[in-house]
Ligand binder design. Structure first.
Ligand code: URA
Length: 235
């Protein structure tokens, strides 16, 4: 698919379209070894583009992992409140959020323009793991594990169970394989506890241990290879 040179540069971290245009007009951008000064020149996937003689590898898909801070909506746009995309400096316009977190929830959030992966990661059949760390307003009851690990019936769905790991009297890890609205909070409500702090510590095998709250990074090659296995129909 052919795309405009200024769009290609903007998509690869060289600022906005107009900033990319300025770079192009300086004569530092080459396509297949030839200096190109026209921002609307079309390039394709096999074109070798360089800026200051450094080649830029064509990336069709981008995958960002964020350690979401509380106070941000898992949305791409909102007229009144901050959204997670505000934190991503060089984002592509078509980035979407895979598996939303509540405004007050922190932790692992994946953003990508890979629509097919997005679809598969949200499909219940894929059983993508989501591990949460929760602090509760009171002591966990004796039977917390038994109740939470067995299917729980809600009005609109039934959980497939979970994996519950108690940390201390009022905190625990809970791993689930679905991602229904307020699911973790609602599950803890079933045992009489209110969640006072929630962080997703793992999503589809990805953790945010190396990211401070509010930071994000691109997935590594190995992580992309691992996560895109979910596109495989048999997984
Ligand atoms: N479950 C919740 O209750 N909230 C989240 O943000 C994610 C899962």
């Amino acid at each position: 698919m052919a795309i405009r040179l200024d769009k290609f540069l903007a998509d690869h971290g060289f600022g906005t379209r107009s900033e990319a245009k300025k770079i192009i007009s300086k004569g530092t951008v080459k396509v297949d070894g030839i200096i190109i000064k026209k921002a609307d020149s079309k390039i394709n996937e096999s074109s070798v583009v360089s800026v200051d003689d450094v080649d830029i590898v064509y990336k069709k898909f981008v995958y960002y992992l964020m350690n979401k801070p509380a106070g941000y909506l898992s949305a791409t746009k909102d007229n009144h409140q901050p959204v997670v995309l505000d934190l991503i400096k060089d984002y592509r316009k078509r980035l979407s959020i895979v598996g939303r977190l509540d405004k007050d929830t922190e932790g692992a959030l994946l953003l990508t323009n890979d629509g097919k992966l997005h679809h598969y990661l949200l499909s219940p059949e894929k059983k993508v793991n989501k591990k949460y760390y929760a602090i509760l307003d009171k002591a966990l009851p004796e039977n917390a594990k038994e109740i939470l690990e067995n299917p729980i019936e809600f009005k609109e769905f039934k959980t497939r169970g979970s994996m519950f790991e108690k940390i201390d009297y009022n905190s625990a890890y809970l791993t689930i394989w679905e991602g229904k609205y307020h699911q973790v909070k609602r599950m803890f409500e079933k045992i009489g506890c209110k969640v006072t702090y929630l962080k997703r510590v793992e999503f589809a095998g990805l953790n945010v241990d190396d990211l401070k709250t509010g930071e994000y990074r691109e997935l590594t090659k190995d992580e992309i290879e691992n996560i895109t296995k979910y596109k495989n129909k048999n997984l």
